[in-house]
Design a binder for this molecule. Sequence first.
Ligand code: C2O
Ligand code: CU
Ligand code: CU
Length: 501
Amino acid sequence: MHRRGFLKAGLVTVLAGRPAIAQMKMDDMPGMGGHAGHDMGAAPSQGAAALPEGEALRDLPLLANKAGTSGLFKARLTAEPATVRFAEGLDTPILGYNGMSPGPLIEAVEGDRVEITFANRVPDEASTIHWHGMPVPADQDGNPMDPVETGTDRTYSFELPEGSAGSYWYHPHSHGKTAEQVYRGLAGAFVVKPKADPIPAGYGDTVLMFTDLRLAADGTLPDNTMTDLMNGRVGDYVLVNGQRNPALTVPFGTKRRFRLYNATNARFLRLSFDGAPMTIIGTDGGLLEAPVAADDILLSPAERLDLIVSFDKPGPATLYTLDYDRGWMGAGRPADAGLTLFTVHVSETPADAVPPLPDRLRPIAQLGAPAVSRRFVFTETMAMSATSMEMGFLINGAAFDMNRVDIVAKAGEVELWEIVNEADMDHPFHVHGTQFQVVEHERDGKVSEPPYLAWKDTVNVARGETVRLLLRQDRPGPRMYHCHILEHEQLGMMGIVDVQA
Ligand code: C2O
Ligand code: CU
Ligand code: CU
């Protein structure tokens, strides 16, 4: 295929003013060599600043609830420039929520009413806060059609219904700026707790939020390259709660609850805990029906998993990455395997006895027979002329248009969505405003069922694969669906479903 040959030719420039298409002009290419290593996304790249590792794991700071009454969560989130020190002696300008990245952890309880005032202080850019995965009204969900201009505030308010406990997150969704605002630092976790939690409190409850960092030698965050636009940005480091390979010490026999979040723009994380058995207890939209043991897990961009890890023998236990080929365009596929993300030192001291994990966690009602079926075909296009190359990421042949409704659905009706990936890369599919149930995967004519029934808002659709899922939107209004490789979303792989009452 000619495109691979072309991509080896070197760095290319994206012209402005073509929102749905990345266009590169041969004339603008600075040529090969030089910074190819960096531009092609090798990790860590030559010239990248070195990050210290092994510091004590930081818990994400909690967003303080300013409401004086129970049942209400009230706070303020400001998106603003901040400076952090990732590497010794280097200041890195980032964007943070309340000055930090990841943003503060929001913890609320089912049944709560939430009122969060968002102050956009990102210089010269509109932003929004999108409540990823949460059952909030469409006009409170930070859609690109509802920008919060720089220097202005708006309050998002919504109720957390019964049964909505889960591991959600928040990030900007501003038109044409989402990918950049997220890799510059804007993302945070939002945990909704159930009124009564079946998981023993003695296991703790720790969010591990994975973000991606590319750091230039001068400490700045480089802009996206052409390779980033094609594959999604994959930087030099995967951080956990903003730290490189942080450490935690626990007594042996400890069981810990970890909520894993993939908040990277485009990293596929296939993970395993060396020497410490993992049990999956929940997904994006909350607990499973019953715990499921797992040797390794795949977290595609935007997915979450709730895990119990048993630290049964003294010594180090590390969370590390395994190989996963998600389809890479061009040269410089980053090494996926062998990154140590997190180290737990299991001491010789035995832990106090903790209650066992219950066999049943909660019931999950299966969504019934669909009233409507729809098909969404994902493709990548690439057109080349003598002087330029254009790339598009499309759903059913169309790139996103904020002024176009792609499909109309009825509130309360179950639909079967068939996501067909006819492209050369995996695309993690996400829908706003609801949680869905994956019914089956089909690849090369082989149909398989997911290993457990679960509520999810993001599912990876591997290249050549078809995923079928059931979903129901209960609240009216426009909702986005898109690939959660944020560069693909930005280049057009997104559509709008208008839900009517
Ligand atoms: Cu995580 Cu449309 O978003
Ligand atoms: Cu979302
Ligand atoms: Cu994609």
